[in-house]
Design a protein around this ligand. Structure first.
Ligand code: AOF
Ligand code: ZN
Length: 427
């Protein structure tokens, strides 16, 4: 594999990225076709349900009036060999008469998982795998997790002040100079749910909030705790809207959700799921009926026998085929996901403000009982005006998915009890 091959695959990866936020729960895939040192076709999977990257690239060859016969293909994911919403890509590649295919990484789906590569090889096409493999796996890590384990990829997202506050304190007066109004107070957003709230006050700036919208575009469900609904009254929708809107989930163990909140007012247009306790469902059955009439679904946790309710939630999401979940707060909910180690990806917006007593919902306090460290890898830092956003993947997840290598300790554990007879560290 040459430097040039790697360059072409990097190009294909850049094309693939254009599909993020539009193709999910499918993977984002890019493809380049090269003939005689010239790029003759480019393609990427543009939208869920539409043509795959390879088909787009083969079609693209027509614009240059070049036949892809005897050409080389660089594709970021193993070509599919099944009839899905579209016809198998392997068939199209074989029929087009390509000589060689470079594949960055395997598609671990049941319908593929090496079978696509095998089909190409059986047809006499040379296939080389593993080029830019880590980048390709990172790009589709949520897809890889769901396809190989059936479990949903969990993204935790919050915006905080430098002193760790996720919201403004609604009982604190603010100076008129900062908002141009008298004593108007609110938390992160304007809230018609309760009296006395008039002015939107966000922790993060508009650019950060726009970026957070991109996260929502990727996922099948967005989750918040009931306190976030009561204090912020968020809509939790994707704007501009898309055909299959993410499921909006509220963890509300006592059924405290205000019937007039934005979420319930829009439940008929965009699905809402309220998860509560069995006790609340029994004692407030009329409230549950009213919520259901608004178009929301209400379900109760089963008896978890001491295990966290989040196990039920994640099983339920898997059952519904939801591949990615975005957890948007507040601090109690975020901490409960971290306590159970249910985090695959992190997005934290840090805003240049120290809120002191004007701040509320302190993430640092909620996390103070976490008994272990959670580490993130492949970290990136982006700037949005004067806000910054730190993103990263859970180290544990990346190891479990073999995206990064397991440590020696982990390998010891998986190959049985460690033999300490030659322990030179001396224990
Ligand atoms: C490819 N190239 O660009 C993508 C692939 O329902 P369909 O027909 O869109 O098939 C979706 C499945 O195809 C998806 O689960 C994954 O296994 C594979 N995605 N394969 O050859 C592509 N997006
Ligand atoms: Zn395909």
């Amino acid at each position: 594999m040459s430097e040039q091959d790697e360059k072409y695959m990097q190009m294909a990866l850049r094309l693939a990225k254009r599909g993020v936020g539009k193709v999910e729960p499918n993977p984002a895939v890019g493809c380049i076709i090269v003939k005689g040192n010239q790029i003759v076709g480019k393609g990427w999977h543009k939208k869920f349900g539409e043509a795959h990257a390879e088909i787009m690239a083969l079609e693209d060859c027509k614009t240059l009036s070049v036949t892809p016969q005897r050409a080389t293909m660089y594709v970021t994911l193993e070509p599919c060999c099944h009839q899905g919403k579209t016809a198998p890509c392997t068939q199209a590649i074989i029929e087009a008469g390509l000589a060689k295919v470079f594949v960055a990484t395997i598609d671990p789906s049941k319908h593929n998982n090496g079978k696509g590569i095998e089909q190409l090889r059986n047809a006499g096409i040379e296939v080389q795998t593993g080029i830019c493999e880590t980048e390709a796996k990172l790009l589709n890590a949520p897809f890889i997790k769901f396809a190989s384990t059936g479990k949903c990829w969990t993204v935790l997202k919050w915006a905080q002040s430098i002193d760790g506050k996720l919201a403004y304190d609604s009982s604190t007066a603010i100076p008129s100079t900062s908002l141009g109004t008298g004593l108007a107070v609110s938390s992160r957003a304007p809230s018609p749910c309760h009296e006395g709230v008039a002015v939107p006050r966000w922790i993060s700036n508009e650019l950060s909030r726009k970026d957070a919208q991109n996260l929502r575009r990727r996922v099948g469900a967005i989750l918040v705790g009931i306190n976030t609904i009561i204090s912020d009254d968020p809509l939790l929708t994707v704007r501009p809207s898309r055909a299959n809107m993410p499921l909006r989930i509220v963890l509300d163990s006592s059924l405290r959700i205000p019937l007039k909140c934005k979420l319930l007012r829009t439940a008929k247009k965009s699905p809402v799921l309220i998860i509560t306790s069995r006790q609340a469902l029994q004692t407030n059955s009329k409230t549950a009926d009213r919520i259901a009439k608004k178009g929301a679904e209400v379900i109760a946790y089963p008896d978890m026998q001491g295990r966290s309710n989040l196990y039920f939630l994640l099983d339920e999401l898997a059952r519904r085929g939801i591949a990615q979940l975005l957890v948007e707060g507040g601090p109690t909910v975020i901490a409960s996901f971290l306590k159970e180690r249910f985090v695959d990806e992190l997005n934290v917006y840090i805003c240049p403000k120290i809120l002191g007593a004007q701040g509320n919902a302190n993430i640092t306090e909620s996390l103070s009982e976490l008994s272990y460290e959670v580490s993130f890898r492949h970290v990136d830092i982006k700037r949005f005006g004067e806000d910054i956003c730190i993103t990263g993947f859970s180290e544990k997840t990346l190891r479990e998915l073999s995206i990064i290598e397991r440590t020696e300790n982990e390998e010891d554990r998986s190959s049985g009890p460690a033999d300490h007879t030659d322990d030179r560290a001396g224990g």
